[in-house]
Design a binder for this molecule. Structure first.
Ligand code: MN3
Length: 199
């Protein structure tokens, strides 16, 4: 498959004041675009041409680091953009997912604290996630381009904690970015859609 920069499901100023249009100018137009360009170069001759993005990611992990890093970053960023929406976040979790958060993660407040903590304690560049593994919800974190797919899990909420994700809007305050993501941006409807598909 050819990697592509996705169309955003909202205007690039729609997440203000929590994420600025300027952040999209760099994070989407420069960082994500570079991963797309590099993944399309590195897929050539890799033996993984024509595979799905998930197959490219799992097929290159531990074997072709250049392709893995760029292909996984394409997937991770596309999921990150879809994991946010204007007026998102907070406790308005759809029923089926709210129930699973209660039974698998100890309730919403514990989910919120543990998700933010996962993002804060990911040392250096990486990601934090709400994922489904063996039918159950799990909070995960990962370095650099790694994601739940390589751990046999499916992500349903994706949050970028590389400095480029928050430095324009929050400077060094990663916890404030994570709080805004969970309280004001998180797209629970998309998370539910992925949750139902993953079980
Ligand atoms: Mn990023």
């Amino acid at each position: 498959m050819a990697f592509e920069l996705p169309a955003l499901p909202y205007a690039r100023d729609a997440l203000q004041p929590f994420m600025s249009a300027e952040t999209f100018e760099y994070h989407l137009d420069k960082h994500h675009q570079a991963y797309v360009t590099n993944a399309n170069k590195l897929i050539e001759g890799s033996g993984l041409e024509g595979k799905s993005v998930e197959e490219i990611i799992t097929g290159s992990f531990g074997k072709n680091p250049g392709l893995f890093n760029n292909a996984a970053q394409c997937f991770n960023h596309s999921e990150f953009w879809k994991s946010m929406k204007p007026n998102g976040g907070g406790k308005a979790v759809p029923g089926a997912l709210a129930k699973a958060i209660d039974s698998d993660l100890g309730g919403y407040d514990k989910f919120r604290a543990d998700f933010i903590n996962a993002g804060m304690t990911q040392f250096g560049s990486g990601w934090c996630w709400l994922a489904v593994k063996d039918g159950k919800l799990e909070i995960m974190k990962s370095p650099n381009a790694e994601n739940p797919l390589v751990a046999g899990a499916k992500p349903i909420v994706t949050c970028d904690v590389w400095e480029h994700a928050y430095y324009i809007d929050y400077r060094n305050a990663r916890p404030k970015f994570l709080e805004a993501f969970v309280d004001s941006l998180l797209n629970w409807d998309y998370a539910l859609e992925l949750y139902e598909a993953a079980r």
